[in-house]
Design a protein. Sequence first.
Length: 78
Amino acid sequence: MVALTLQVDAKLAERAKRAAERQKITVDAMVGQYFAQLPNDDRAATKNATDQLIETLRQLSRPMGGKPWANRDELYER
């Protein structure tokens, strides 16, 4: 683990402490959870996730039906 020193306003520190108490965790744990939610800048992981999504969409896609007429005239003959 890495030690991190933060400088915040006293009122903000009190708010953070109360919020952490309500969650029954420490302020350190709360800050750690926040940092854990930050997006990963790993472009390879993003590309991999995107590729998997595209492949899933390809597998799940189905024809949406076709038009039963060949041209505009046939459409209006009905």
